[in-house]
Design a protein around this ligand. Sequence first.
Ligand code: CUA
Length: 337
Amino acid sequence: MNGLALLADGAGSAQNLSIFHPASPSAESIRSLFILVLAITGAIFLVVEGVLLYSIVRFHRRAAETTEPPQVYGSMPIEIAWTAAPMLIVFVLALILTRTEFEVRVNPDRPPPGSKPLYVTVIGHQWWWEYVYDKYDGQDLGFITANELHVPAGEDGVPRPVYLTLESADVCHSFWVPRLAGKTDLIPGRTNHMWFQTSQQGLFLGQCAEYCGTQHAHMLLRVNVDSPGEFQNWLDNQKQPASSGASVREGRDAFLSQSCVNCHRVRGTIALGSYAPDLTHLMSRQTLASGVVPNSREELRKWVIDPRQTKQGCLMPAFGLSEQQVDQIVNYLVTLK
Ligand code: CUA
């Protein structure tokens, strides 16, 4: 599978990013609002343009005319009509908008009865996503992963709503997976909330939707909606510390002796950095660098040698490692499944 096919993944990425194919109640509310507002404003546009074109044709100056047409000043009924009509239209739009706001914002403390809610804290970084898994179905999770969100699909009449708490480590970002929910900003010093819920399994794509610096366009979002069983397996694996057999010792020692540990975390080792993506289960992710390249040994090697070749401007520098050190570190990284 080449890189592009992997990034677009089956369904076709254009359709996968379309607000016209909602897969969650909040995305559906937003589509309905969009269509209704487009219909109302489209009708106004047609009426106004129609009257304008009619007037241009009907009342344009003809060659034989030498005098001005009769001028009409001040008509009370017309004044009232064109003040009242727009006010009514704006009032109706405000009502529709308010209804959608209520549908889209729900209280995360009160998930629907009989549901199994998932709580994740999303932290935006330049230019990647950190996911702190807080709670699922009443159980504390307490692990951290990056860039690829996994959530369970609703099944057998049991909804599995996903509640996201959104924060930022640096500048403003915006979490936008069009088929699942509307945009919500991640703002430094502020906490925002959003939710979605779906019974459609598969990969949903998204994109940071607030300009956040050089690599804003490469701050891609991937949400994997798994079957409840698959999701549970994924959770069980993520909760484990990193693999630590004797066979990985050489590579692990190389990794732990470098400055990697200042920024990256590998649970079960002395690498406890919290500044960069958690690598405990790096190889369970399909992509690197926030969805930019496939997570292959080759791309990983390029990244370790010089990350800025893959993602110009990213905060991890090239460390000038020897060929042997690069090989040892990559040999270790590919065991983090
Ligand atoms: Cu993060 Cu744009």
